[in-house]
Structure formats: structure tokens, C-alpha cells
Write a protein that binds this ligand. Structure first.
Ligand code: CXF
Ligand code: ZN
Length: 378
């Protein structure tokens, strides 16, 4: 049986942290029960790939295959897979959705308890790898996806079947970054029509929050960034006002936002991953009902410090949001529909496209902050 054989194909392997990926031939083992082997069509580069590419030591171990924002076609399925079949178009999602645990059954959570999210070098269900190099050495996985490979193996809990009519270089964006930002506005914050929103950091995630806030009917969307050129880009995503952080004379950003809004924004989003900025975002949201949502990932162990009486007397909320609070199997299909109905703007996020052999160019562009999303075609 052809499908039970390992596949020999090309992958971009991270062998040393922070050094260019090496395109080499590898073997991809057949899928185990409840897994599928996927042929990647295209993948895009997310900032988390850069963070873990640069990280020295655990949980980032080499050699491994990075990449987690992608779209592909099912090449074969393991035993006990009824949900998917060969030829289906799928997107991988690093957050599992087993559809049967208490969290997956609740509309209030996207944190699967059967397969909790972790930075693991293995498959989510088995603690083993499906990749080996030509010397038989193990190559590790990343975020249960490892899409910088012509073929990969992904658990059924991490796969969403999608309509093959969606252009692949748009569909892949809903696999991580854009979904995370849009979801944070829609699901985590539940932004209401007429709201004022402040977004700290106008990279892909922050701009996706703006897009989500616009879809929710926010009327004022304030972007905060240290680069003034981000305002022009932000306008395409519905940013109405801009605060140039670092150039606020002798005021803090929160003082500026409180003055602009007559008391603070209804919703603030931290999209950089700086604990000190969470403090500033929290200070920028309105007493009584203000909500601050953390999306950025700071260094492990970093602390957010907020005066306890501020929390007690101001009645504000501070929330974390992973994958925008979206439930992969039920909420992401709604985003696909909104894209196909021409409501959700994905096109503007794709600023660059390269061939797989040029994957290291995509890294250069994102590291230099010159792109939002670079699509890498296999
Ligand atoms: C991130 C979310 C926080 C942990 C690392 C991965 N997700 C995707 O980019
Ligand atoms: Zn990502």
C-alpha cells in the first residue's frame, strides 16, 4: 500500500537557532491513528515562527521544522479517521479542538483539555515525531503543524476542513494570525457597535484586531505604534486615529488616550508582547466597563504589575486571549464565510509572496518589519 510508506520530500529545516533554514530532503512517516498526512499548498510566516527560530534552548529544540500558518490537501489518513478523506482541503490550527472535552463542548472556552496547548517537539497525541532526515535522525515538530515542508502530519484535532474554492494565499491567513486578531475583537472582547477601541502595536495581529473591531461596528479605532508610517497602513484596516508612542510630549500614551476619548477606550488590545505595555493598555481603558485584552507573548516569567486598588476601584477587566478565543471547528468557518461574502478583508494582509526555495527571504522581510504577511508557495 503506497500510502503506508514514508514520503521523501523537501523541507526547510531549522538546524541552528537564528540561522537561515536549510532546504533538505526528509522522510515524512505515514499518519498514525487519528492523524492525516497533508501536502502543503502554501504557508505564511507568523511572528511566532521568528520568536521560536531565534530561541536558544528549551522549549525550542533543533533540528525542527517551523511553520504553522498554512493550507494543504489531505494525502492520506491514519486509522479511525472518518472526518477527513484523501483530497480534502484543510487548514491546520495549532490549538486543538477535540470536540468532546468539557472545554470543547462549552461555547465559553477554546482551551481543549484533552489536548492542552503546549510548546511541544512532538505530535499532540503520541509524543513522537513523524520526521526524520536522510541519516535517520529525528527532526522535531512545531506547534503540532510544521508547515515549512512539502508534506507534514497533523492530528485530526488540529485540522479544519475548508471549501477548496477559497484562494489558498488568503485561506492560510485564517490558520493563525488574522484569526487571532479578528477573534480577539469578536469573541474575547465582544466589541459592540459604536465602541471605541485602542490597539497597541500595528503589526499583522493589531491590524487584524482593527479589522475585527470594524466588523463588530466600532466607530473609533485608535492605533498606537512607535512607527508613524503605521497610520497610513492602519487606515486600510479601519484605524481612525493614531497615537505616536514615544512622541507624546510629556504625557503617557494612556493620558493621551483618556483625553482623546473623554475617560478611556471601551476596549484596549495589547498586540506587542510587552508586559509594561499591558499596564499602559489597562490604564487606557475606561473605568466601569473597560476591558483590556492581552494577545502579545512576552518572555516566560515576565510579570504584569497593576496597582491592586486600581483593579478594585475601577471595575475594569484584564483578559488573556489565545487564538483570539476562537473555537477552531465552529468559529473559524464563520470567518471563512465572511471572507467569501466580501465582508472580511484578507487581501491587504498579504504584502509579499515568495517560492519555497526563497523561504529565508520571508524571514528577512518579517524580521525587518517590512511585511505583514509573506505567503510561501510550495
Ligand atoms: C502563539 C500563541 C502563543 C504561544 C506561541 C504560539 N500562536 C501562534 O502564533
Ligand atoms: Zn502564529
Amino acid at each position: 500500500n503506497q500510502q503506508k510508506q514514508p514520503i521523501r520530500c523537501k523541507a526547510a529545516v531549522c538546524r541552528k537557532p537564528g540561522e537561515p533554514l536549510i532546504i533538505e530532503e526528509i522522510f515524512v512517516a505515514p499518519p498514525m491513528p487519528r492523524e492525516a498526512r497533508i501536502r502543503i499548498i502554501c504557508t505564511s510566516l507568523c511572528h511566532s515562527d521568528i520568536i521560536f527560530w531565534n530561541m536558544q534552548g528549551p522549549p525550542a529544540i533543533v533540528p525542527r521544522i517551523l511553520g504553522h500558518e498554512a493550507i494543504g490537501v489531505v494525502e492520506s489518513v491514519g486509522e479511525d479517521v472518518t472526518e477527513l478523506t484523501k483530497g480534502d482541503t484543510v487548514i491546520p490550527i495549532f490549538m486543538a479542538d477535540c470536540e468532546e472535552c468539557i472545554d470543547c463542548k462549552s461555547t465559553k472556552s477554546n482551551l481543549c483539555s484533552k489536548f492542552p496547548f503546549e510548546i511541544s517537539p512532538s505530535m499532540i497525541r503520541y509524543d513522537t515525531s513523524r520526521f526524520t532526515d536522510l541519516n535517520g535522525e529525528i527532526i522535531h515538530h512545531f506547534l503540532f503543524v510544521s508547515s515549512f515542508s512539502e508534506y507534514t502530519v497533523v492530528d485530526i484535532a488540529n485540522l479544519l476542513k475548508i471549501d477548496p474554492a477559497v484562494p489558498p494565499n488568503r485561506a492560510c491567513l485564517l490558520s493563525c494570525g488574522v484569526s487571532t486578531g479578528v477573534g480577539a475583537a469578536w469573541k474575547t472582547a465582544n466589541v459592540e457597535p459604536g465602541s471605541t477601541v485602542a490597539i497597541f502595536g500595528l503589526g499583522c495581529i493589531g491590524l487584524a484586531v482593527a479589522e475585527g473591531a470594524r466588523l463588530c461596528g466600532a466607530t473609533r479605532i485608535i492605533g498606537v505604534d512607535i512607527k508613524p508610517e503605521k497610520f497610513e497602513i492602519g487606515k486600510k484596516f479601519g484605524i481612525t486615529d493614531f497615537v505616536h508612542a514615544g512622541e507624546c510630549e510629556n504625557k503617557s500614551v494612556s493620558q493621551v488616550i483618556i483625553e482623546m476619548t473623554g475617560g478611556g477606550a471601551d476596549y484596549c488590545f495589547e498586540c506587542v508582547g510587552m508586559a509594561s505595555l499591558v499596564h499602559e493598555a489597562y490604564a487606557s481603558c475606561r473605568k466601569g466597563w473597560g476591558k483590556t485584552i492581552m494577545l502579545g507573548v512576552d518572555k516566560p516569567g515576565s510579570k504584569v504589575s497593576i496597582n491592586s486598588n486600581d483593579i478594585l476601584f475601577q471595575g475594569k477587566t484584564l483578559m488573556g486571549s489565545i487564538f483570539g478565543g476562537l473555537k477552531p471547528k465552529t468559529d473559524v468557518p464563520i470567518l471563512f464565510k465572511r471572507y467569501m461574502d466580501k465582508e472580511l478583508n484578507l487581501d491587504e494582509f498579504v504584502t509579499h509572496e515568495v517560492k519555497f526555495k526563497d523561504i529565508n527571504k520571508a524571514f528577512d522581510l518579517l524580521v525587518k518589519g517590512e511585511c505583514l504577511r509573506c505567503v510561501i508557495w510550495m
